[in-house]
Design a protein around this ligand. Structure first.
Ligand code: NAI
Ligand code: MG
Length: 421
């Protein structure tokens, strides 16, 4: 029963996916280098894709800090048009800065004209309604950064982590519906709630800051269903809702209720668990091997995915994919632009998170064998242990790590390419 539904669900999304009807014609991928190390790791990922035999045409899209400074818009309309046309984007990373810094760095001729900076990646998610964010955290055998814990009789255990976080990507605490000194209608509406009247009425309106946590049934249902479908498709035994329904009764409560009903009706073969986000942060270092698919709202999903990424090597290994219902897919490493490493003569950052994100893209566009080939090559390089970037050597980042034997970004990509079979 659940298998049938799984197929049905994926047919629904597949219908909207950009189809590669003629495998011989090359697909066009929108490459979004962005800022800092984003551009560096993207270049290496494209080199690996190419070496693995995946040939595409890459069109480069403008995004990031330079475009904010020069044009007053870090995500120009021409980039949005490119993504709308080609549907698939590989994205490096961007730099975001606080409001005042952003205003100061704007070109002179644009100053004082009402330009307001907002993060282009958040804009991208909202514009294309990229509501489903998938962040796998899987340990590679032999990775010196793998989490270890003390076992019985003082042994050292290295539990195998294979967790996939499904994060609702457009709503919740990151939805942007917030006020400092809320307008009168908002304040009056808040005053209709007894908890607000009892606990916050003492505070002058101008000293109030309010960020809302909005969940809609439609998109909560979609993220929970996507999590169950993934569990069925890839053989995970459980789905864990990681929220806090005992306290955040309305929003977390809605996700938990949807998950319970859905499991009963459509996925009886998948075990459903409920953990609170705070307890989950404690449990993950005790029994990470007990989790399979995790589903959460925007902020808790963000927290859980960073936390699990820490068990498998951190930012150099954390990849992600974001999808919309109409088939747009944006694939990016979880890390940012790491500006302090951006201008090194020889780049030292780990390209694996970006390369893994490119593999998620290949999975999505039905190029799974190529994705697997690349993942196997990464696994071999890591297990062999000869080529390691500075993070894998537990060095603090500086140009001298190369003399200490750390691989450069390019050398790591070369090592992966050399293992492609
Ligand atoms: P970050 O992720 O850029 O870097 C934090 C630290 O993690 C780095 O200093 C480095 O030590 C390490 N690191 C990151 N990527 C690595 C890699 N591939 N290999 C090895 N080590 C790596 O986060 P940070 O410093 O908080 O933010 C820098 C800028 O990036 C900010 O402007 C921020 O707004 C932006 N950012 C952008 C994101 C995006 O484009 N999706 C996500 C996170 C931050
Ligand atoms: Mg994060």
């Amino acid at each position: 029963m659940s298998l049938f539904l799984s197929v049905k669900y994926f047919k629904f999304t597949d219908k909207h996916k950009p189809q590669n009807k003629h495998k011989m014609t090359k697909r066009t991928i929108v490459a979004l280098p962005g800022d800092g190390i984003g551009a560096i790791v993207l270049k290496e990922a494209i080199r690996v894709l190419d070496a693995a035999g995946y040939k595409a045409d890459y069109v480069y899209g403008d995004i990031g800090w330079d475009f904010w400074c020069k044009e007053g818009n870090p995500l120009p309309q021409r980039t949005i048009d490119l993504i709308a046309k080609h549907k698939i984007a590989l994205f490096g990373a961007i730099t975001s800065k606080p409001k005042d810094d952003a205003a100061n760095e704007l070109a002179n001729e644009l100053q004082g004209k009402g330009y307001v900076y907002s993060s282009p990646i958040v804009t991208l998610r909202q514009h294309f309604n990229l509501d489903i964010c998938v962040r796998p955290c899987r340990s590679y055998k032999g990775n010196p950064l793998n989490f270890v814990r003390r076992g019985k009789n003082n042994t050292i255990d290295e539990p195998f982590v294979d967790v996939v976080i499904f994060r609702q990507n457009t709503e919740g605490l990151y939805g942007g519906v917030e006020w400092t000194n809320p307008p009168a209608q908002v304040y009056d509406a808040l005053m209709t709630h007894p908890k607000f009247r009892d606990n916050f009425a003492w505070c002058p309106r101008e000293e109030l800051a309010v960020s809302t946590r909005i969940f809609t049934y439609k998109y909560t249902e979609r993220i929970v269903r996507a999590a169950f479908e993934h569990a069925v498709k890839y053989g995970y035994k459980s789905v864990t809702v990681c929220e806090k329904p005992n306290v955040i009764r309305e929003t977390s409560g809605m996700m938990w209720k949807i998950a319970k009903e859905m499991q009963k009706k459509d996925f009886p073969g998948i075990k459903l668990n409920n953990t609170n986000i705070d307890a989950q942060m404690m449990w993950l270092t005790k029994n990470p091997e007990d989790y399979g698919v995790i589903v959460a709202g925007n902020m808790f999903g963000d927290i859980a995915s960073d936390a699990f990424a820490g068990l498998i090597g951190g930012l150099g290994f954390a990849c992600s994919a974001q999808f919309s219902a109409d088939g747009i897919g944006v694939f990016e490493p979880t890390h940012g632009s790491a500006p302090k490493y951006a201008d090194y003569k020889v780049s030292i950052v780990n390209p694996i998170a970006m390369i893994e994100s490119a593999c998620m893209m290949l999975d999505y566009i039905d190029e799974k064998p190529t994705a697997q080939k690349i993942r196997n090559a990464i696994a071999e390089v890591i297990e062999e242990g000869k080529v390691k970037t500075y993070d894998m050597m537990k060095l603090s980042g500086c140009q001298e790590v190369i003399e200490k034997g750390a691989a450069s970004t390019t050398q790591m990509a070369d090592a992966i390419i050399a293992k492609l079979k």
